[in-house]
Design a protein around this ligand. Structure first.
Ligand code: GLN
Length: 200
């Protein structure tokens, strides 16, 4: 059975994430309001965009509380950029913090302030030569216990994993390389004790 992945679709690059997850073998659906959470949810995607806008919409739609409960309860999460900011335990400059589920400190708009964005190629977890696009991306300025660093740029972490959360300052969905998403999907099967990607 394909994993069923809910994509937070309030603002930002949710369509690109949905396409990337489908290409990598998942079924996807959009999460726009609390009733959407009644579907089978094997993993949640928090897309890039504007974290302040997304945070405000999470409150307005009533999604914040139920999603915070699910994340605290161990729901696997794949987050990029603004999604990483929403998960961070601490945001430099006084927050506000949102889900505060990932023991990292971030600084918003730390990369690409001049040009807005840039791309590089690097190692992400087991994978070499992964294309990485940064768009006004947050820097991860500190990591707490249990945080594994998956990718770095200029000596600073840009991708991390902690428990069931994988979070990236860059945008895996914006290249055609699906390895990072596929690894996340296979980790769902391992942790659930069965292969939810079988037959994908
Ligand atoms: N700068 C954005 C923020 O602070 C994040 C940028 C992105 O998601 N590409 O929310």
């Amino acid at each position: 059975m394909k994993p069923s992945v809910g994509i937070l679709a309030l603002q930002g690059a949710f369509a690109e994430q949905a396409a990337a997850f489908r290409e990598a073998g998942a079924e996807t659906f959009e999460i726009r309001s609390p009733p959407d959470l009644s579907r089978r949810l094997d993993a949640l995607v928090l897309p890039g965009g504007e974290s302040t806008v997304q945070g405000r919409l999470l409150e307005k739609t009533g999604l914040f509380g139920p999603l915070a409960d699910r994340i605290r309860g161990g729901l696997p999460v794949f987050a990029t950029c603004a999604g990483l900011i929403l998960l961070a335990e601490r945001i430099e400059g006084g927050g506000p913090e949102w889900f505060a589920a990932l023991p990292v400190t971030v600084r918003r708009n730390a990369y690409g302030r001049q040009l807005g964005s840039f791309s590089t190629i690097g190692k992400a977890g087991e994978d070499e030569d992964v294309p990485m696009t940064f768009i006004r991306a947050p820097a991860i300025t500190a990591t707490g216990p249990g945080v594994e660093i998956l990718s770095s740029f200029g000596g600073a972490p840009t991708g991390v994993r902690c428990g069931r959360i994988a979070a990236f300052a860059w945008h895996p969905e914006l290249s055609a390389d699906r390895r990072v998403v596929k690894r996340f999907l296979s980790s769902l099967g391992e942790r659930a004790g069965h292969d939810v990607t079988a037959g994908a």
